[in-house]
Ligand binder design. Structure first.
Ligand SMILES: C[S@@+](CC[C@H](N)C(=O)[O-])C[C@H]1O[C@@H](n2cnc3c(N)ncnc32)[C@H](O)[C@@H]1O
Length: 385
């Protein structure tokens, strides 16, 4: 199925209605959606206002991290147009919809997340549109919805707890499952990469995207193991890594960095973030706001550098001093990143590494888009060079 818009309005309802065969077939193909999951610290999360009565069926196990703070930083206004570039379980979208008259476009590349939002679309009175796509396509998504400029854009990047906690999605070394890791459930899997990539590419992927010091040893071990038998499950890969990367009690699991590297690579997560930030710069109205929550230093560095750089005059060159300097296109709202408080971390340990940065769009023209860093790219690696 091509990425496309999933807008539930009255005419579309018969097709995707709760009881429709189409929707049931869709859900079956993609695993259970909206199944209530008991969260270990649910009462705590509810007490903090992160979950409200009636939310559970939709949140399906995902507690929004820094959601309140991110949405508050957008200062959503009555009737404004907002993009939730990482819909997930819809936590941020719900808060944006709480402001009267807002229109929200929710984007997610994971069709299971989009399907999980159908009920919210149904209840939104036509104010929420869900689009299955990558957020690097922000501009095209908006154009397809007749939206030329937005009052606010929010991104909560990375994987959702639903994706991490579902063994069949293959994101977690703690759960045995197929070595998949694709958010969009399309394209090459992590197992395909492990089977095809050269030892050098594997080492680069694990070093650059996983920040694993022992990347060469891990790549060597993977190449030796795949000569014996295909590596197709998360458990097999975790065991191979654990034989060459030692960790002391209390430290992170030895496979953490290798899994992070592969996941970021399979989903081109850092390229996506670079492209989405530039797209957001072009889409926001003067005074419009951007808020980004990230979960590890590689992502946070990209967001920080982008906002700091766009907050300064730039674009000129010391070799071509006559070239006009681009005026600042953003004004920083967060000098330091906002992090989760103790209560939020206690209710949801994932929040520990979250960082929120935000900025307000000025009226100046967008800067020229930055070139993407030269790092391994999925298509090249799968082509074998
Ligand atoms: C951390 S979750 C978002 C949770 C959400 N804020 C909530 O409150 O439920 C991240 C979501 O973003 C999606 N995602 C990650 N990268 C994406 C990309 N490049 N394009 C579109 N969606 C993406 C993932 O599939 C996942 O569902």
């Amino acid at each position: 199925m091509q990425p496309g818009a999933w807008r539930i309005n009255k005419s579309a309802r018969p097709l995707f209605g709760r009881k429709s065969l189409a929707k049931r077939g869709y859900l079956r193909r993609n695993g259970p959606v909206g199944v209530p999951v008991l969260l270990p610290n649910l009462d705590r999360a509810r007490g903090l206002g992160m979950i409200r009565p009636g939310d559970i069926a939709i949140s399906a196990g995902h507690i929004s991290v820094l959601g309140r703070e991110a949405v508050d930083l957008l200062e959503p206004r009555i009737g404004g147009i907002y993009l939730d570039a990482t819909f997930g379980a819809g936590g941020y979208s719900r808060m944006l919809l709480d402001v009267p008259g807002t229109r929200v476009i929710g984007i997610d590349r994971d069709r299971t997340a989009i399907a999980g939002g159908f009920d919210l679309v149904d209840r939104s009175d036509g104010r929420l549109t869900l689009v299955e796509d990558r957020f690097s396509n922000l501009a095209q998504v908006c154009a397809s919805q007749g939206v030329r400029a937005a009052d606010g854009i929010v991104m909560d990047v990375g994987v959702s707890s639903m994706q991490l906690d579902e063994a069949g999605r293959g994101f977690s070394f703690r759960l045995d499952g197929p070595l998949d890791m694709r958010m969009s459930q399309q394209g090459p899997t992590a197992a395909d990469v492990i089977a095809k990539a050269s030892e050098t590419d594997l080492a680069d992927i694990i070093y650059i995207f996983g920040e694993e010091r022992h990347s060469r040893a891990v790549a060597r071990a993977i190449v030796a193991a795949r000569k014996q038998a295909p590596i197709t499950t998360t458990r097999t890969l975790a065991d191979i890594v654990a034989r060459v990367v030692r960790s002391k009690p209390g430290e992170i699991h030895p496979a953490t960095r290798t899994f992070q590297g592969l996941r970021i690579f399979v989903n081109a997560e850092l390229d996506e973030l670079h492209l989405a930030l530039s797209a957001a710069e072009r889409l926001l109205k003067p005074g419009g706001r951007l808020a980004v929550v990230s979960f590890h230093s590689l992502e946070d560095r990209i967001v920080k550098n982008f906002l700091v750089e766009r907050g300064k005059a730039g674009g000129g060159s010391r070799h071509l001093p006559e070239m006009a300097q681009a005026a600042p296109s953003f004004q920083l709202l967060t000098k330091r990143p906002i992090i989760a408080g103790d209560d939020e971390v206690a209710a949801n340990p994932r929040a520990r590494s979250a960082k929120l940065r935000a900025a307000e769009r000025t009226a100046e023209a967008p800067h020229a888009a930055n070139e993407l860093p030269a790092w391994p790219v999925l298509a090249d690696v799968m082509r074998g060079g």
